[in-house]
Design a protein around this ligand. Sequence first.
Ligand code: ZN
Length: 422
Amino acid sequence: MSGREMHALVERLYPLCRSITGEGVRRTLEIVTEYVPLETHEVPTGTQVLDWTVPQEWNIRDAYIADASGTRVVDFQESNLHVVGYSVPVAATMSLAELRGHLHTLPERPSWVPYRTSYYAPDWGFCLAQRALDRLPEGDYEVRIDSTLADGHLTYGEHVVPGQVTDEVLVSCHVCHPSLANDNLAGIAVAAFLARALAAARPYYTYRFLFAPGTIGSITWLARNAERVRRVKHGLVLACAGDAGPLTYKRSRRGDAEIDRVLRHVLRTSGREHGIVDFSPYGYDERQFCSPGFNLAVGSLTRTPYAGYPEYHTSADNPEFVKADSLADTLAACREAFSVLDRNRSYVNLSPYGEPQLGRRGLYDSLGGRSDAKQAQLAMLWVLNLSDGEHTLLDIAERADLAFDTVAAAADALRNAGLIKE
Ligand code: ZN
C-alpha cells in the first residue's frame, strides 16, 4: 500500500526542475509538506558555511536549440535534463560546429540523455541523446537559455519527530536533482513516509529528517547546527532507495558504530539478499557527516549503490525504474532498523549468583504454547548471563545468534519479573 503511495509521490515530484537552489527545491519541499510538515530554511547567497559559500540562486524558465525553421530540436520543456544545471543565460545563433563544445551525449547509450551540472564554474550547455545529435544537419542554430543566476537563497527542509530523549537520529536525503527518480526522489519518498510512520510509533530517540541539496545543503546544515550536531548519536543517509536491486548498507566512517551493527543485524536476520560495504569518502552526504571533524555515526542505505547502475544520472532513471515494492522494502528495513536502535539497552541482572529459578516466577509457563519456546528460553538465559551492564541487547543477540526481537522480548519478560533492571 505505502509502496504505491511512495511511487505516486515520486511521479509527482519527477517533472520539477530541481537544483542545489531555486524554485524547484522550494516546490519539492512544499509537496513533501503535504505528507509530513517541513520547517523550511532559507540561507542567503554569500553566507559562509564551513569552507564553502552559499552560491547564487539558479532559476530557469525555458531553454532550447532551434533549427533554421524555428523548430526546437532540443527542448527544456520536454525534459529538464536537456539543460546543464546552473547554466548561465544564453541568447545566440551559432553553427553546429561551435555548438558542439556545449553538447553532452552518452555515445554508449545513444537513446539516453545524460544529467550534467556546472555549479561552481559559470558555463552553459545542453544534454541530448547521441541519436538526436546524429540527426542534426550542419548549419546555424538558435540557442537560448532563459535562466537567472542571482543573489537569493539556498533552501532546505527539516522535520522532527520528538522522542522520549533529546539524543537524535539524523535521517537525510538529497533534493537537488531534476528529473531523476531513483537518485533523489525515491529517497525523498521513503524519508517522508518513514517520518510519518515514526511519529505514530512514539520513538525513543528524537528523529530529525533533513531534506537538503547534496553537499552544499548538508554542509550548510552542519555549519548552522554546531550545537545540535553533538546530540546526533546515529544517522542514515537515504538515496537510490527504489530500484529493483537488493539493499546495500554503507558503514559509517567509524565502521563499528551502533548504527552499523544494527543495520548488519537487521539485514542478516531478515533473510533479505543484501550487501554491506565499508565507508569511502565518495557517494552522498555521508561524506560530510563523516568528515573527520564531525565523524558522526552516520551510514548510508541504498538499494543499488551510488553510480552502480547504468541508468544512474541519465534519463533512464525515470519513475518506471523505481519499483513500488522496492520503496516499500526500503521503508520496512528502515523501520526494522530504527525499532532495534530504539530498544537497544543494557541491563543488570539483579540475581546474578547462580541462575534464578524461572519456573517459580512463571517464566517457563508463559512460553508453553509458543512455537519458538526453545529460542525464547535460550534468549532468557543469554540475557540473564550477559546482563552485567556492559552488554547491550544487540550484543547479546549477536553473541547468541538470535534475532533481536527474541532477545528484546526475553528482556521484557525478565524485567517484568524483577530479575533485571536498566
Ligand atoms: Zn546523483
